[in-house]
Design a protein around this ligand. Structure first.
Ligand code: MG
Length: 347
């Protein structure tokens, strides 16, 4: 391999680093009045309501540099925030990005992260309008804030699910979790037998779901186009179990979820099989799916049932605090936030 000379961050200094990192970015939104390059950004929300969300990602906790590329980390850190904006039924418009890195990071490494950030900005039509870089004594931190807009009265909350509503979920569940399990396994192999190149060819989908997830812009656009207004909505970052508990508890309702309705990708099932993990556990508790979980009135059933990318997985009940999974054998299992030991013990 040809050795490329890397630029130490201290050679450039903070202002030059930021100037160089942000020069490939352009702004596309009318509401961005002033982006990067002043003390603060200026955003014109006109008659819309503004939605703001932020996330902090920490090396070793949220990502592992041994198997994730810097570009993917940049991309994913934007996507996880944008997913939260969509979960409010809002459209993301701007982001700010703050990064802290230790001196083992070169300018070129930071540039890779920003290339991923830029890809996400382009994919979702958002403008980078500010942020900060700092040195850190140990590890790598990235914090993204996303700003979105929504018409007055159109924001959708998690505490407004109604009795008899249908529970819907976009895409499929558990793939990102199984992708992570695969990466962890291969990391162990690599550490014990250096030089062995893992073969990932059969598992591209689950790896992509873990390393470079996407947010459901298409679902929010589809719902708007079809005039479907969810009664409640949340995005799935911590696993379906945890998110449905949030919806039910904050709405003071209960629910029934049907195991045989859970959307699970073929590769997720294959990997589950290989590793001896129940696919239902991956789907319920895996997390990092960045799919949308929402409820709609029963009267919208005819409209929603035709969409391939949306599955109806259950219904909201008036039994406050009673959240159940109905298994394929018809057994009722209470949904808990962590650990599907109950199900595993039944095997
Ligand atoms: Mg969320």
């Amino acid at each position: 391999m040809k050795k490329q000379k890397l630029t130490e961050l201290s050679e450039l200094g903070e202002f030059k680093v930021i100037e160089n990192l942000t020069k490939g970015f352009s702004t596309v939104n009318k509401s961005t009045i002033k982006g990067v390059g002043d003390d603060a950004a200026v955003i014109d929300s006109a008659d819309k309501q503004t939605v703001i969300t932020t996330d902090l990602l920490v090396e070793g906790i949220h990502f592992d540099l041994t198997y994730s590329s810097l570009k993917y980390i940049g991309y994913k850190s934007v996507v996880v925030n944008i997913s939260d904006v969509y979960a409010m039924n809002a459209i993301p418009k701007q982001i700010t990005v703050s990064i802290a890195v230790s001196n083992r990071f070169s300018f070129e490494a930071l540039n890779e992260i920003y290339a991923g950030i830029n890809q996400a900005c382009k994919a979702y039509g958002v403008d980078l309008v500010g942020g900060d870089t700092s040195s850190s004594k140990i590890g790598f931190f990235i914090s993204v804030t996303a700003i979105g807009e929504v018409d007055k009265g159109k924001a959708v909350y998690r505490n407004t699910a109604q009795t008899n509503d249908l529970i819907c979920v976009s895409g499929d569940l558990g793939a990102a979790y199984m992708g992570l399990q695969l990466l962890e396994r291969e990391k162990l192999v690599f550490e014990s037998v250096p030089g062995v190149q893992p073969d990932f060819s059969n598992y591209k989908y689950i790896l992509q779901r873990q390393m470079r997830p996407d947010a459901r812009k298409d679902v929010i656009e589809l719902l708007a186009e079809k005039n479907l207004m969810p009664t409640s909505m949340i995005d799935i970052s911590d696993g379906l179990s945890s998110e449905i508990l949030h919806v039910c508890n904050s709405s003071q309702k209960g629910c029934e979820i049907h195991e045989n309705k859970l959307p699970i990708h073929e590769q997720t099932k294959q990997m589950s099989d290989e590793l001896g993990i129940e696919p239902t556990i991956a789907a319920m508790n895996g997390g990092e799916d960045y799919e949308l979980l929402f409820t709609i009135p029963l009267s919208d059933y005819e409209k929603i049932k035709e969409f391939k990318q949306i599955s109806i997985i259950g219904n909201i009940t008036d039994k406050k605090g009673k959240m159940d999974l109905i298994t394929e054998n018809g057994v009722r299992v209470p949904i808990t936030a962590q650990g599907w030991n109950t199900l595993e013990n039944k095997k």
